[in-house]
Design a protein. Structure first.
Lengths: 115, 116
C-alpha cells in the first residue's frame, strides 16, 4: 500500500458526460501528479500540482482540468467525454515539486470506461 | 526533452532462469532513472532508482539495474525468476531540473511471462 488513495475505483459513463476523479496524497506529500494509461498511448503525464499551485503540464487535453485543495487532495475533472478517454487514471504524490531522486508513489488508479 | 525506449515489449522466461529487461534513455538534463512494476489490476510500485551514488543499483525482490552513461542504458536484471515476477515493467526517466519539474517519462513497458 503506497499511502495514496484514489476514488472511485471504477467509473462507467457515457460520451459527452463529465466526471471527477479524486486523489489523496500520502501524508506529508505536497506534490500531486496525474497520469493516464491507455492501450494506444501508454502511460502519459498529464499535470502536476505542488501545494495548491499548478507546477507542470504534460499532454493534458483542454477538456480536462485539475486542482489541488488546501488539504492537499486533488481532483481531475474530465468533461465532454469521448470514447478515447477510456483509460486508467493514476495519481501519484511526492514530497517535493522536483528534485532528482524524488520518487513518486502511485495510487491504485481509477478505471474510466466511456460508452 | 527526455525519452525512454524499452527494447522488448514482451519477455518470456522459465522459472529459476535469469531475467533481462532492456532500457535506453535520452535526456537533456542529468537524469534520474527508475524501474516500476505493475501487477495485473494494480498500481505502480517502485522497484529501484538510480541516485548517482553507484552505477549498480539494488532494488526490491532481488532486482538490480546498471546505469551506463556511455551507452545511455539502464537495464534491469534478476538472477532467478519467480512466478510472482510475472507483471509489466516500466523504465522511467525524470529530469533533475526545476524548470522541467518532476514529471516522469515512461517507456512503453515490457510484459514478463514466467513459465513453470
Amino acid at each position: 500500500d503506497s499511502g495514496v488513495t484514489q476514488t472511485p475505483k471504477h467509473l462507467i459513463t457515457a460520451t459527452g458526460q463529465r466526471v471527477t476523479l479524486r486523489c489523496s496524497p500520502r501524508s506529508g506529500d505536497l506534490s500531486v501528479y496525474w497520469y493516464q494509461q491507455s492501450l494506444d498511448q501508454g502511460l502519459q503525464f498529464l499535470i502536476q500540482y505542488y501545494n495548491g499551485e499548478e507546477r507542470a503540464k504534460g499532454n493534458i487535453l483542454e477538456r480536462f482540468s485539475a486542482q489541488q485543495f488546501p488539504d492537499l487532495h486533488s481532483e481531475l475533472n474530465l468533461s465532454s467525454l469521448e470514447l478515447g478517454d477510456s483509460a486508467l487514471y493514476f495519481c501519484a504524490s511526492s514530497v517535493e515539486p522536483w528534485g532528482g531522486f524524488n520518487e513518486q508513489f502511485f495510487g491504485p488508479g481509477t478505471r474510466l470506461t466511456v460508452l | 526533452a527526455q525519452s525512454v525506449t524499452q527494447l522488448d515489449s514482451h519477455v518470456s522466461v522459465s522459472e529459476g532462469t535469469p531475467v533481462l529487461l532492456r532500457c535506453n534513455y535520452s535526456s537533456s538534463y542529468s537524469p534520474s532513472l527508475f524501474w516500476y512494476v505493475q501487477h495485473p489490476n494494480k498500481g505502480l510500485q517502485l522497484l529501484l532508482k538510480y541516485t548517482s551514488a553507484a552505477t549498480l543499483v539494488k532494488g526490491i525482490n532481488g532486482f538490480e539495474a546498471e546505469f551506463k552513461k556511455s551507452e545511455t542504458s539502464f537495464h534491469l536484471t534478476k538472477p532467478s525468476a519467480h512466478m510472482s515476477d510475472a507483471a509489466e515493467y516500466f523504465c522511467v526517466v525524470s529530469a533533475r531540473s526545476e524548470a522541467a519539474g518532476n514529471k516522469l517519462t515512461f517507456g512503453g513497458g515490457t510484459r514478463v511471462l514466467v513459465k513453470p
